[in-house]
Write a protein that binds this ligand. Structure first.
Ligand code: KG4
Ligand code: ZN
Length: 341
């Protein structure tokens, strides 16, 4: 039987990565590329929104040309079936670049358009990476902007089980790295240093560990870490970065795994997926591996390239939503605080 192609062109520009992908169906990536802005934002220790939108604007058309060429698309008007674009949540200026580009292409090529939720995209990173994954499952999305545990009852049917009261997990990594003068983004740097450090060297509190609430609070952990560092400085005690990173990472992982365990228990669901930038964390990946083996939970972890922001996940989510009957029109506008539950 010949395979009928359904080609989705996807654009992601919600934060500081301009990403474009061309995908056939939900699993088959024809080409994908990403233009990272990390070097430009790193000297500020975080993403500067104004700079991000300007850089998206510069990068997006050359990237599109590149991705179409690599996918061997010579006649986009006739070869592409759907244009999917992240339309929220995210930074307004950044989202606008992707959405306006997608609308112009949809209008010019007369192709259906769909606005995709970035968080639904992160959930679909797991779908694109695992053909066997079907709902219901519990999905933990942990990134620089998100710390959410979601019950995926069905595709398009989401229940928020818990989130953070303040900072996102990745934000906490980035802030601690900034305080320690380690660079940006902090997650991968702390993760690497933690590998050779002693996780029991510095006592740091696991936020909200004494409650049954599925909730996170990383700003309290950050404050505890800062207090510890200041006290050490006052007393002339030197801090070993490896040990400090290992201790900090231990507290973050204990918080994430503890709360996801509660969410699994409360729902009775036996499948767990992880995504978002912090899902690249080696300690978290192995802690969840252990948890799944011990509790009989089926664990899905996308490859690291699909954990951080990318357009493949947006293509998969857009394709699935379109299949469920969702569609946008040319009045599509970014919604920086769009929620899917
Ligand atoms: O998903 P993402 O690329 O962008 C957002 O939507 O935020 O996530 C970026 C975040 C940053 O905060 C970064 O420090 C964190 O993910 N991150 C990590 C690791 N790699 C990236 N955090 C902990 N360990 C890592 N290995
Ligand atoms: Zn993201």
């Amino acid at each position: 039987m010949s395979h009928k192609k359904f080609i989705t062109l996807a654009i992601e520009s919600s934060c500081d990565d301009t990403a474009i992908a061309v995908m056939d169906g939900e699993y088959n990536v024809l080409s994908a590329a990403l233009s990272s802005q990390i070097d430009s934002h790193s000297k500020y220790g975080g993403v500067v929104p104004e700079l991000a939108s300007r850089m998206h604007q510069e990068a997006i058309m050359p990237l599109l040309k590149d991705v179409l060429a690599k996918a061997n698309i010579t006649d986009p008007k006739n070869e592409i079936n759907l244009i999917a674009v992240t339309s929220g949540p995210g930074l307004m200026g950044s989202l606008l670049v992707g959405v306006m580009t997608a609308k112009a292409l949809a209008q010019g090529w007369e192709i259906p358009l769909i606005g995709v939720n970035h968080l639904e995209g992160h959930i679909f990173a797991n779908v694109a990476a695992n053909k066997d994954l079907t709902p219901p499952f519990v999905s933990m999305v942990v990134s620089g902007g998100h710390t959410e545990i979601i019950h995926v009852r069905g595709f398009g049917d989401y229940e928020l089980l818990g989130s953070t009261r303040d900072d996102a997990a990745g934000e906490a990594y980035d802030k601690i790295a900034k305080i320690l003068g380690l660079g940006y983004p902090g997650g991968p740097i702390i993760d690497k240093l933690a590998k050779t450090g002693n996780p029991d060297a510095y006592p740091l509190p696991v936020p909200l560990s004494n409650t049954d609430l599925v909730e996170f609070s990383f700003s309290g952990l950050k404050t505890a870490a800062v207090t510890l560092l200041q006290k050490a400085e006052r007393n002339g005690i030197s801090i070993y970065p490896e040990d400090f990173c290992a201790s900090f990472q231990k507290a973050v992982i204990a918080s994430l795994t503890g709360k996801v365990q509660l969410a699994l228990k409360n729902t009775g669901v036996k499948k767990l997926t992880l995504s978002g930038g912090v899902a690249a964390n080696s300690g978290l990946r192995s802690a969840l591996g252990e948890l799944s083996a011990k509790r009989g939970i089926e664990l899905f972890l996308p490859p690291v390239s699909m954990c951080t922001d990318n357009a493949v996940m947006i293509a998969a989510a857009g394709y699935n939503a379109y299949g469920r009957g969702a569609i946008s029109d040319l009045s599509l506008s970014p919604n920086p605080s769009w929620e899917i539950w």
